[in-house]
Design a binder for this molecule. Structure first.
Ligand code: FAD
Ligand code: NAG
Ligand code: NAG
Ligand code: NAG
Length: 543
């Protein structure tokens, strides 16, 4: 192997080499940082001619480090925090080989590696950490291709694509005939979202995003690139809802596309307490999980901030999508939920892609806006989730509304997301996502605030209130375990210690995964026994 390296290096790679040596020589980079950089360089050169991009490594001293770190982050408090661990290096990978090299080098030097696709992790586990271990982030934002095969109704989507990019490509390539069942927010990344389940307006008809994954390409702990056949059914099961971050780096998913009708109907019906909101929400719990599969109706409830003539009240929005035409919708509503009083003028017919805009309040912005990757600087949030298996009575809702109204300085949004449909037909063990039959809906509690300064005291106040609210809700929701949705990650449920143990991790693992947690830990024990792929809530190896 005593070849002259320069003869193999392409001109682009020479530029990279120059850039790297500049970095390493002119900064007093920490030893971890320079070890990783040199290792990465060795692993990736010589690449295919011209393949090495001009710049894909960012250290804390790079001028664009801060903007890269912040680029897809949705939760500013983790960027602003002065106490968490920020990455020493961010690798903005463009090729599979960059991922393999990052894994090999992080492993070699005992560095904690995190993968970031869309950056929407609720607890920012894809780009910062709680530990003092050095951290490297592989950012997949540039690996975002979507290859649609209309005839076979399949698509390969790279992990760094956003849901908006996926929906747009699938819909446009199929001439408006095909869609995909996944989350509502278009800037969510495919990598994290599919790895944790993935729920949205089509889930009652077609299941979670993970239910519709048929193959995947994953870089494992040895840097090998595996497809479904090579990784085996156990690992393929685990990465479809069990948190792919615990098992490897997903490069791409192959998915089954679904048919969408040429026109759908979207509508919002708003009701306040004087307009029977309490009765309607109570009734909704029994009807919405049993609706025709073509009807998705979630409730977004919050205080009105005193807009009701100075009185603080509650506003419940019945935020809905029907996969069919207006006359079919009215037939369904007359049979199942006449009390809502839906009127023709509440309804708008549109195509399915436009309905994605509708659900994000972007209908006037045009479908091309689904391709935008905008971030909102300064917005911080905390969220939690619950599952409801027994309807909450009207008196219960009265108490809940009173709690929200008494705490109007903490303007909580409660989103009630209906289950039922095919979600109840799929077995609890089919994928790691266990929230199937018997669940009426989940509640997402979402509190956001603006804090450009990232004031730690402000953050603490909001987090403490959220814990109080969660305690208040306990009598109304599932227990033993008090179930939670993994994609709505909540660090309050528990975290791994310095040495992650299965027994300890059950505190949070049983809530997210119920009886599937043990199998996840067993798979982890086989594919990553030394726990290389780790974060605060990664599955610990069970050996
Ligand atoms: C505004 C907003 C709206 C949302 N709406 C919905 C919704 O409608 N429905 C729903 O179900 N969820 C929703 N979510 C939650 C969302 O599904 C999760 O936050 C999801 O994990 C985000 O994926 P990401 O790739 O954007 O995040 P990231 O922060 O990039 O990653 C999340 C986790 O997955 C890991 N990961 C990311 N990419 C990979 C990969 N390629 N291989 C292995 N591991 C990887 C990360 O390390 C991290 O642990 C929403 C979140 C936000 C912030
Ligand atoms: C960044 O540069 C400063 C001086 O400009 C230096 O003190 C510091 O060690 C450098 N940090 C890293 C991680 O290279
Ligand atoms: C509220 O419900 C009552 C019957 O319980 C009905 O008469 C009334 O019209 C409803 N109000 C609204 C605004 O729907
Ligand atoms: C609505 O759809 C049904 C079933 O496809 C069809 O029979 C009916 O004609 C449609 N109605 C209108 C007004 O388009």
């Amino acid at each position: 192997m005593a070849r002259n390296i320069t003869s193999l290096v392409s001109p682009m790679a020479m530029i990279l080499l120059f850039f790297l040596s500049f970095l390493v020589l002119t900064t007093s980079a920490s030893s971890v940082e320079s070890s990783f950089l040199q290792c990465f360089l060795k692993e990736t050169l010589p690449g295919p001619a011209g393949a090495a991009p001009p710049q894909l490594l960012f250290t804390s001293n790079s001028t664009s480090y801060q903007s890269i770190l912040q680029s897809s982050s949705r939760n500013f408090r983790f960027i602003a925090s002065k106490t968490n661990q920020k990455p020493s290096v961010i690798v903005t990978a463009t090729l599979q080989s960059h991922i393999s090299a990052s894994v090999a080098c992080a492993r070699k030097y005992g560095i904690n590696l995190r993968t970031r696709s869309g950056g929407h992790d609720y607890e920012a586990m894809s780009y910062v950490s709680d530990s003092t271990e050095p951290l490297v982030v592989v950012d997949l934002a540039a690996m975002r291709s979507v290859k649609v095969n209309v005839a076979s109704r399949r698509a390969w989507v790279q992990a760094g694509a956003t849901l908006g990019e996926l929906y747009y490509a699938v819909f446009k390539k199929s001439g408006g005939k095909l869609g995909f069942p996944a989350g509502i927010c278009p800037t969510v990344g495919v990598g994290g979202h599919f790895g944790g389940g993935g729920l949205g307006t089509l889930s009652r008809k077609y299941g979670t995003a993970a239910d519709n994954v048929v193959d995947a390409t994953v870089v494992d702990v040895d840097g090998r690139v595996l497809d479904r056949a090579a990784m085996g059914e156990d690992m393929f099961w685990a990465i479809r809802g069990g948190g792919a971050a615990s098992f490897g780096v997903v490069v791409a998913y192959k998915v089954r596309l679904v048919e969408v009708p040429p026109l759908v109907v979207a509508f919002n019906v708003n009701r306040n307490l004087k307009q029977n909101a309490t009765k309607l929400v109570t009734r909704w719990q029994e009807v919405a999980p049993n609706f025709d599969k073509n009807l998705f109706m979630r409730i977004v409830a919050q205080t009105n901030g005193g807009s009701d003539g100075g009185n603080v009240g509650i506003q419940a929005v019945f935020n809905s999508l029907f996969l069919g035409n207006r006359s079919q919708l009215f037939t369904v509503m007359a049979k199942s939920f006449p009390e809502l009083g839906l009127r023709a003028e509440d309804c708008t017919e549109m195509n399915w892609l436009e309905s994605v805009l509708f659900f994000n309040g972007m209908l006037d912005q045009g479908v091309e806006s689904l391709l935008k990757r905008t971030s909102v600087p300064g917005v911080s949030f905390k969220a939690k989730s619950d599952y409801v298996t027994e309807p909450i009575g009207e008196q219960g809702w009265d108490k809940i509304w009173r709690f929200l109204m008494e705490n109007k300085e903490e303007p909580l949004t409660m989103i009630l997301e209906p289950y039922g449909g095919i979600l109840s037909e799929i077995s609890e063990t089919a994928t790691p996502f266990p929230h199937r039959k018997g669940n009426l809906y989940n509640i997402q509690y979402y509190l956001w605030w603006m804090d450009q300064a990232g004031d730690a005291a402000v953050t603490r106040k909001h987090l403490e209130w959220m814990r109080k609210m969660y305690g208040f809700m306990a009598p109304f929701v599932s227990s033993n375990p008090r179930a939670a949705y993994y994609n709505y990650k909540d660090i309050d449920l528990g975290r791994n210690g310095a040495v992650a143990s299965y027994a300890e991790a059950r505190a949070w693992g049983d809530k997210y995964f119920k009886n599937n947690f043990r199998r996840l830990a067993a798979v982890k024990g086989r594919v990553d026994p030394h726990n290389f792929f780790r974060n605060e809530q990664s599955v610990p190896p069970l050996l």
